[in-house]
Design a binder for this molecule. Structure first.
Ligand code: CA
Length: 445
């Protein structure tokens, strides 16, 4: 699961204001050494800028009630100590473990953020407006020019398009400007011991300790989003383990302060997740209202020429350059908005962060950086976008109608969309799977 990368985006969308220092490169060896002096803990004792609301999480998960959060926080020390044997098995020294955990307190503000992931609470169009704009395009183009030689070398080594890597850099942290200031150790320790995703985050916490043990990233620079993603392209600790490379050959995989390292590591990540060299992510398409929208499903890959038989075209009638490529159809705003045919590279981007809006923002920003124009078709901006509570209610009502929507969490994924389509068919609407206010209204009856 890589969903946690959107913490940064959360910071952008929720706080709308964020301070962050641009990377300051420092190269004086490995920190901390596996043996020897251990620097003072980077994590821990400073209170978060904003305190926990004290309220139960919106997910309704039993581990996210205010009582459960308080109880887990009270047991935080014991929880951390129970993790120690697992750390020891990975070669973490007791000294290092002590240095980074002895003063640690949970950052409970993270519990508010855990249940409030904005890819799923903003409309697609608001999200795209925010992330793909003239300022971000101009900054990205300047960086492409500045690091041209690095991008040349990385493209050669990994076969991953420079514009996509730059778009990830731009969308994740506005090119390093807003990477987040939370110590990764504290964030992942908190999430490993409190809240609804402890198993997942125990692994992240252990992996963060391993990064410190090896000295790849300076301890005071191992800061980032509330979920523990760090560096300009927001690696989670486990993703760091899988994908980080030492492209500048200084002995450290420094995805925070070395531009060659994080550009190459991000490219390596995409390549290992299935990036196909020389191809794009997908195409904006025009979808006929008569389409069977059940075809718009991630699992439904068809050759583009088959989509053409279903009446799918590119705006302006431009031909598809590679009609034999397989693609799935995404129609994020239903029949009233643009459609997209998504190729293998879109899936690779979604592995970076499994939110459709995120992946589309990456693909679109990459195209804009390359010089392509904005999308042609309009979004249904007049549509009321369901609030988080309304989305939760929608899922709960669908479940009550007998649909499997998974654990209702206010995040509208493939299962919810399928349920909406089926319900729309029953009430005589175009079954496009769009969670409109009208659908919610009918479910309430
Ligand atoms: Ca390096």
């Amino acid at each position: 699961m890589r969903k946690t990368r959107c913490i940064l985006i959360a910071a952008v969308l929720l706080a709308a204001a964020s301070a962050g220092a641009a990377s300051q490169t420092a190269r004086d060896g490995r920190y901390p050494a596996t043996t020897g002096t251990i620097p003072p803990p980077a994590a821990g004792t400073q209170p978060a800028a904003q305190e926990w609301s004290g309220e139960s999480g919106a997910s309704g998960h039993p581990l996210m009630t205010a009582e459960a959060i308080r109880a887990a926080a009270a047991n935080f020390r014991g929880c951390i100590e129970r993790i120690w044997p697992l750390a020891a098995r990975r070669g973490i020294t007791r000294n290092l473990f002590q240095a980074y955990t002895a003063q640690l307190s949970p950052d409970l503000r993270i519990m508010d953020l855990l249940d409030n992931q904005p890819e799923f609470t903003k409309s697609f169009w608001d999200y795209l407006d925010l992330l793909v704009n003239d300022a971000r395009i101009a900054s990205g183009r300047a960086l492409l020019e500045k690091y041209r030689a690095t991008f040349d070398a990385v493209e050669k080594a990994y076969g991953v398009d420079r514009y996509t890597v730059t778009a990830i850099w731009g969308v994740e942290t506005n090119y390093g400007a807003i990477g987040g200031e939370r110590p990764v150790i504290r964030s992942t320790a908190t999430l490993a011991c409190v809240g609804r995703r402890q198993n997942y985050f125990r692994e992240e916490f252990l992996s963060a300790l391993e990064i410190l043990q090896r000295g790849d990233v300076r301890p005071d620079r191992l800061v980032g989003s509330w979920a523990g993603a760090f560096g300009p392209t927001q690696f989670m600790p486990t993703a760091f383990k899988r994908y980080a490379v030492d492209f500048d050959h200084d002995g450290r995989r420094d995805v925070v302060d070395s531009v060659p390292d994080f550009i190459a590591s991000t490219a390596n990540n995409l390549r290992k997740d299935g990036w196909v060299a020389g191809q794009t992510w997908g195409y904006e398409v025009v979808v006929p209202a008569t389409l069977d929208f059940r075809l718009a499903d991630h699992a439904h890959m068809l050759p583009i020429r088959d989509w053409e038989r279903h009446g799918i075209t590119r705006p302006g009638g431009k031909p598809f350059p590679r009609p034999d490529d397989h693609a799935f159809l995404l129609v994020p705003a239903g029949v009233q908005g643009p459609g997209f045919l998504m190729l293998a590279n879109f899936r690779a981007i979604m592995k970076y962060n499994p939110a459709e809006a995120y992946a589309l923002a990456i693909g679109h920003l990459a195209d804009r950086l390359r010089g392509a124009p904005p999308f042609v078709q309009h979004w249904p901006r007049y549509e009321h976008v369901l609030s988080r509570n309304e989305r939760l209610e929608l899922q709960q009502l669908l479940a009550r109608h007998g649909y499997d929507v998974g654990e209702p969490d206010g995040q509208l994924g493939a299962k919810t969309r399928a349920a909406i389509r089926d319900f729309q068919t029953k009430i005589g609407q175009v079954p496009d799977g769009f969670a409109s206010a009208v659908v919610l209204e009918r479910l309430r009856k």
